[in-house]
Design a binder for this molecule. Sequence first.
Ligand SMILES: C[S@@+](CC[C@H](N)C(=O)[O-])C[C@H]1O[C@@H](n2cnc3c(N)ncnc32)[C@H](O)[C@@H]1O
Length: 347
Amino acid sequence: MSELVEEHVDTTSVIARMTEFHSGLRLGHMLSTVAELGVADHLVDGPLPVDELAARTGTHADSLYRVLRALASKGVFTEVSRREFGLTPLADTLRSDAERSMRDVFRLQGKPFMRDAYGAIEHTVRTGEPAFEHVNGASLFEYLAARPEMTALFSRAMGNGARQVQRAAVAAYDFSGIRLLVDVGGAHGHLIAMVLDRYPDLRAVLFDQPHVVSGAGEFLDGTGHRSRIEVVGGDYFESVPAGGDAYVLSHVFHQLSDEEGLVVLRNIREAMVPGGKLLIVDPILPEGDVPHPGKFMDITMMALTRGRDRTEQELRDLLAGAGLRLVETVALSAPSSIAVVTTGASA
Ligand SMILES: C[S@@+](CC[C@H](N)C(=O)[O-])C[C@H]1O[C@@H](n2cnc3c(N)ncnc32)[C@H](O)[C@@H]1O
C-alpha cells in the first residue's frame, strides 16, 4: 500500500468491516439453522411470539429468540413487538414455497458434509486437494450417489439457485434454428423445459448420471413437452449423446478440473453435428480486484470439487485444446454468462 493511500485509511471503518466479515461465519450458521427448522414457513400467516415458534419447531425458546434477534438486526425477520417475530423480504426467501426459495440452499450448506468441507478450505490451500474429499472420503458426486436423500436436497438447492440463471439465459439467447439441444449434466431438465416452452419446433435430450435422470420423470411429465424430450443416463467422461446441433453445459463446466474439462469438451465436439454450438453457462471472472460473485462461487468449486471458475482467457485456452473456439459471451443479469462456442481454431 502506498504511503498516500495508507494515510487516508480510516482505521475505525477498516476494523468495522473486518468485524462484519467475522460475523459472517456465525450468520451463515444461523441462516442454515432457521432454514432447517422451517421458521419462515411458520410465519407465513403473520408474526408469532417466539414461545409459539419454539413450540412449533421443537426448539429452546430463549436460544431461538437470540438467534432471531441477531438475524433481525441484519434485516432477516423483524421483531414486531417484544419477542414476537415476522417475515421481511429477506426472511421470505427462506420460505419453502417462495418463488425463489433459498431455504434448501441454506439447509444444504448446514449439513455436516458441506459445512465441514467449507471449514477445511485450509487443507485445499495447503495441498491443492478438494476439502470435500479430505473431510468426506469421497468426491462430491460419489458421496451424493450413495445418499438419495442428500441427492434430492442437493438437486433442489441447485435447482432453485440455477432457475434464476436459466431464466436469464433463455431470455438472453436466441435458440431459434436449433433442432436438437442436448443438456449435458441437465439434472431434472428445468432448463430444457424453459427452452421448449419458447421454441415449439425444438427437441431436446436430457443427459445426466443414471441415478439423477431416473428421478426426473415427475417433473418432465408435468412440463407438457414429454414427447419432445429424450432422457439418457450416462457419464460425460465416457461419451455424450450424439447428433445435437447445440449442447449446453449449465453450471457443469466449472465443477471440472482443466484435465477433466478437456475430456468432456472433446466428447462434446465428437458428438455434435459439424458447425454445432456449445453453450457454457458459468460465471466468467473479471481479472484483478473487480468484485464479482463468481469469485466466491470459485471457492465453492475449490472446496467441493476439482473444478474452478475461469476468466475468459482461461476458457479460450482450454477450448483451443479441444479444437473449439469462443464465438461470443453473453452477459446475463445473473452472476453467470453464456459462452457461445463452436468448432475450429480461434481466428
Ligand atoms: C451443479 S449441477 C448442474 C445442474 C444443471 N445443469 C443446472 O444448471 O442447474 C451438476 C450436474 O452434473 C451432473 N454430473 C456430475 N457428474 C456427471 C457425469 N460424470 N456425467 C454426467 N453428469 C454428471 C450432476 O449429476 C449434476 O446434475
